[in-house]
Write a protein that binds this ligand. Structure first.
Ligand SMILES: Cc1cc2nc3c(=O)[nH]c(=O)nc-3n(C[C@H](O)[C@H](O)[C@H](O)COP(=O)(O)OP(=O)(O)OC[C@H]3O[C@@H](n4cnc5c(N)ncnc54)[C@H](O)[C@@H]3O)c2cc1C
Length: 330
């Protein structure tokens, strides 16, 4: 925890006086475009087979238990299957008759051109959520404004998310558009022979909110003059999958022996990845779990319990070093 002087020393040049802040010296940051291929290459060296652009269409069952998966390129026999499908997991579960409350929120992201003399610390204060990139630019976003497309699942899971929607009403705006009809089309039952939604739309690329994005560089320059004149190089919508309590589901599925879930990382999945993967592997292989898996159990979703929504840490959970500062009134 930092006091006023501590905040000023970590992020010199902040216009506003922040009496308190949180600084996580041990956090790290990574460039996704480099980190993901590097992790994949390492997994391959360990003997893992990674198939890219190969959707799993269905899970195969024999006598009620898992016996494999059917992919767009054929069948793979497997006595155990882990669904780690990110934002697609709920749709996949639906095809198995399993109810996994999970919705998507869209964060409006921007990448700037390189900037000289900007802060090294990733900063999250009202109006700035930024992290320095490898190329000298910054990845920036509002840090407190999200869009949620209204889709059929919004109604299906309405009761699960009502407390969150109430709490987050200032941060979240709802949008009704084409997405509703796209996702309506995905609800049609389809067999393992047809083209699945996971092939029709291989990568989620949602529309960002242009009004939110337009305000960010101005707010940043107001907060820190060094950010004046930021040149925007790229804008995109980042799709974050969220469970009602923002806690992931890492669990066997009792109703379907051999089937496991590792999903619902709710904006924290990169940072949680190594620990979450270890717990997933422990559960699948029957080893003693590295942590108590009770709070991540699938049945929790049906029991309607859970922890408190931890608003918006997504943008900075794995950045180094990180500063979050708050002033009274925020
Ligand atoms: C803008 C933004 C900023 C973020 N910042 C941070 C951060 O700072 N720190 C942090 O910890 N987290 C952050 N996150 C969250 C983090 O990226 C996610 O929590 C994490 O990627 C989730 O991992 P996952 O493996 O569950 O899902 P994903 O990374 O989405 O991976 C799931 C994969 O499964 C594939 N798939 C789905 N269905 C099928 C199928 N049927 N067959 C085959 N493949 C399938 C998908 O194509 C996808 O490649 C951020 C997210 C966004 C959008």
């Amino acid at each position: 925890m930092l006091d006023r002087d501590g905040v000023a020393s970590i992020a010199p040049g902040l216009e506003r006086d922040y009496p308190i802040g949180l600084y996580t010296e041990t956090d790290g940051r990574a460039e996704p475009q480099k980190a993901v291929p590097a992790i994949t290459a390492y997994a391959r060296r360990l003997g893992v087979t990674v198939l890219e652009n190969c959707a799993v269409r269905a899970v195969e069952r024999t006598d009620g238990a898992i016996s494999g998966v059917v992919t767009e390129r054929g069948r793979i026999a497997a006595p155990k299957v882990v669904l780690a499908g990110g934002a697609w997991s709920s749709l996949f579960c639906r095809s198995l008759g399993l109810r996994l409350p999970q919705l998507k929120v869209i964060v409006s992201m921007q990448r700037t051109e390189a900037l000289a003399n900007g802060p090294d610390a990733a900063i999250w204060v009202p109006g700035i959520c930024s992290r320095l990139r490898d190329d000298g630019g910054y990845t920036i976003e509002n840090g407190g404004k999200y869009v949620a497309d209204i889709v059929p699942d919004s109604f299906r899971f309405l009761l699960d998310y009502l407390p969150t929607v109430r709490r987050e009403s200032k941060a979240m705006s709802l949008r009704l558009g084409r997405r509703f009809f796209i996702e309506l089309g995905y609800l049609k039952p389809q067999g393992a022979d047809g083209i699945s939604p996971f092939e029709k739309e291989r990568i989620l690329d949602p529309l960002p909110d242009s009004a939110v994005m337009a305000a960010v560089p101005r707010l940043m320059a107001e907060q820190m003059p060094v950010f004046s004149g930021l040149a925007i190089a790229e804008q995109w919508g980042g799709c974050v999958d969220v469970t009602p309590d923002a806690i992931p589901v890492i669990s066997p599925v009792e109703q379907l022996p051999g089937f496991f879930l590792s999903t619902g990382y709710s904006g924290h999945g990169f940072g949680l990845g190594t620990g979450a993967a270890r717990l997933t592997a422990d559960l699948v292989s029957g080893r003693a779990p590295v942590v108590d898996p009770h709070d991540f159990r699938f049945s929790l979703q049906r029991e309607g319990q859970g922890c408190i929504w931890n608003s918006g840490l997504a943008g900075i959970a794995l950045t180094r070093p990180t500063l979050i500062a708050h002033a009274p009134g925020f």
